[in-house]
Design a protein. Structure first.
Length: 352
């Protein structure tokens, strides 16, 4: 009698535990400039395909719109992307996924998910479009529009390759051609002016070809001037999509060069710095990186933000523990109830 009861109790607990595991994730950057490209990655095992009818935007809990946006499924994940209108009010916003069913383990569940982001009270130096493109050959055309009231020279190129320059007058729009290198991967295209860097993403499922003119410490002098990554105003889509180890090294190299302007010695882009050299904290085991992203350091994963302790609450294991205690109490109550009930009947039989 004991074994079936414990088996059923264990099965019940496992079912409850699976229900706590979230199978849907929304990833996006914490903050954006007006005119910057917004990209969000939504991962999950959806029962029916995600559609625009499931996607909502809010500003301070009031529903809002960003106009026309794109929704695409690439390699099993969904990508929502658009250019933030320059007239959009700054403030706290959220992206919410509603009315969709998904699988958590082998259970079909329905739940709403949201992700917060901030639009800063600052306009980017240019609009880069499209935010995400999927070229049919090895060349992709992107447009750059100058948003400043003066002539600017913008440095651009696929990260990890030699960059080019384009000059833009006030309000001028020009098309630039980007060569992609295939291989079923995302390629990060950076556009830099002064200490600000904007990004677009190209996804190519063509056959991989060798990268031409890769950057090195010998030809990166130009990049050191204009490709500074100001973590407060710009970010890399590799933080969101991930990338090959070579591209991650290139991105870290760019960050290292930006630190050199603040007094840290220059460093080869292929060599990682320690977290202390980059003036970045290392979060302890009971902390998480808030308002920033993790960056690969030579000695640890550095936090490009603030390390904070997560909010305390009832974890899934605490809930399971209480369920187990409850199950044991119920079993003992049932066991002693029948045992003592049987013991009370024995004297009557002896009297007969």
């Amino acid at each position: 009698m004991k074994f079936p009861f414990l088996f059923l109790a264990t099965l019940f607990i496992l079912t409850i535990f699976l229900g706590f595991a979230s199978a849907v994730q929304i990833e996006t950057h914490a903050n954006y400039l007006k005119g910057e490209n917004f990209v969000s990655k939504v991962s999950g095992d959806f029962y029916t395909p995600l559609s625009k009818s499931n996607i909502y935007f809010y500003r301070d809990s009031v529903e809002t719109s960003f106009g026309v946006y794109s929704l695409e499924k690439i390699e099993g994940d969904y990508y929502i992307y658009f250019t933030i209108p320059t007239e959009k009010l700054p403030g706290n916003y959220s992206l919410e996924i509603k009315g969709t069913k998904y699988y958590s383990g082998n259970q079909l569940m329905e739940k709403n998910f949201s992700k917060k982001f901030e639009i800063k009270n600052k306009t980017a130096f240019a609009i880069i479009s499209p935010a995400l493109s999927r070229p049919s050959d090895y060349y992709s055309n992107l447009s750059v529009q100058n948003l400043l009231d003066k002539k600017i020279d913008v440095e651009y190129g696929v990260e990890g390759t030699t960059t080019k320059n384009v000059s833009l007058n006030d309000g001028e729009i020009k098309k630039v051609e980007i060569k992609t290198f295939g291989g079923n991967k995302f390629e990060n295209v950076s556009f830099s002016y002064g200490n600000e860097t904007l990004f677009a993403v190209v996804y190519s499922n063509l056959t991989s070809i060798p990268i031409e003119n890769p950057t090195s410490s010998d030809n990166s002098t130009n990049n050191e001037t204009n490709s500074t990554d100001n973590s407060s105003d710009s970010w890399s889509f590799w933080d969101l999509f991930g990338g090959s180890s070579d591209k991650n090294k290139t991105n870290n190299g760019t960050r290292n060069k930006s630190q050199s302007k603040n007094g840290t010695p220059n460093q080869d882009p292929e060599v990682l710095q320690t977290c202390s050299e980059m003036n970045l904290p290392v979060c302890s085991a009971n902390e998480e990186c808030d308002t920033g992203n993790y960056i690969n350091g030579q000695d640890a994963q550095c936090c490009n933000g603030t390390c904070v302790a997560p909010e305390k609450g009832s974890s899934a294991w605490e809930i399971i523990g209480w369920i187990l205690i409850g199950a044991v109490v119920l079993f003992l109550s049932w066991f002693f109830f029948f045992k003592f009930k049987k013991a009370k009947r024995t004297p009557k039989k002896l009297l007969k």
